[in-house]
Design a protein. Structure first.
Length: 201
């Protein structure tokens, strides 16, 4: 499996506040990646650096191309966002214990790995996953959504609320994430209107 993102000796600071000091990171294509840290630790800054929004020292290679002014347009091809939130995780934890909740999360992750074998999959929160796709379309994302929900329906417990968005300029990733998040909560609302007894307490 090839590396999709390679960061070498990254240095970045806001004024005198050092955020990254000789930071190195490799992310393989199709792998799960979780970025954890306290407020101000650099999570959002890293996303901005990967989008080419900030100047830095060191090297960032994405999809086999070094991130620089001459190829930023190529790297910033359209981006698709899939937000997948697990329905019913809190009741599962409350009624059957956190070990059951952990299994639910793992089962959901396995479905996402099957549907998105070559894409970036992130666990964005306790019950929320995010998938990033390049050079895609809303029609393609809707097909992925159908696959996710069909596979989830074959299980006894997994159910996804899904939000989609395609943004033509990946520099606008935050706008895409916000739109996908809003769409996801609309889908979750419909789910609990259909199954009010399953609403989280």
């Amino acid at each position: 499996m090839d590396n999709m993102i390679v960061i070498n000796n990254l240095n970045f600071k806001y004024n005198d506040n050092v955020i990254f000091d000789n930071f190195n990171l490799s992310i393989k294509e199709g792998s799960f990646t979780t970025i954890l840290g306290n407020n101000g630790s650099g999570k959002s800054t890293l996303v901005k650096l990967l989008c080419g929004l900030l100047d830095f020292d060191g090297s960032i290679n994405m999809f086999g191309m070094d991130l620089c002014d001459s190829n930023i347009v190529e790297i910033r091809k359209n981006i698709g966002i899939v937000f997948a939130d697990l329905n019913g995780l809190k009741p599962m934890n409350d009624d059957y214990g956190h070990s059951a909740g952990d299994k639910l999360i793992k089962d959901a992750a396995e479905i996402l790995k099957i549907v998105f074998p070559d894409q970036e999959i992130y666990r964005a929160g306790g019950d929320e996953f995010m998938v990033l796709l390049r050079d895609t379309s809303l029609e393609q994302l809707k097909q992925y959504e159908k696959e996710m929900k069909d596979k989830a329906a074959q299980t006894k417990s997994v159910s996804f609320a899904v939000g989609l968005c395609v943004e033509e300029d990946s520099q606008r990733i935050y706008e895409a994430m916000k739109a996908a998040d809003v769409n996801m909560y609309e889908d979750k609302k419909k789910y609990y209107e259909q199954f009010p007894d399953r609403k989280r307490r």
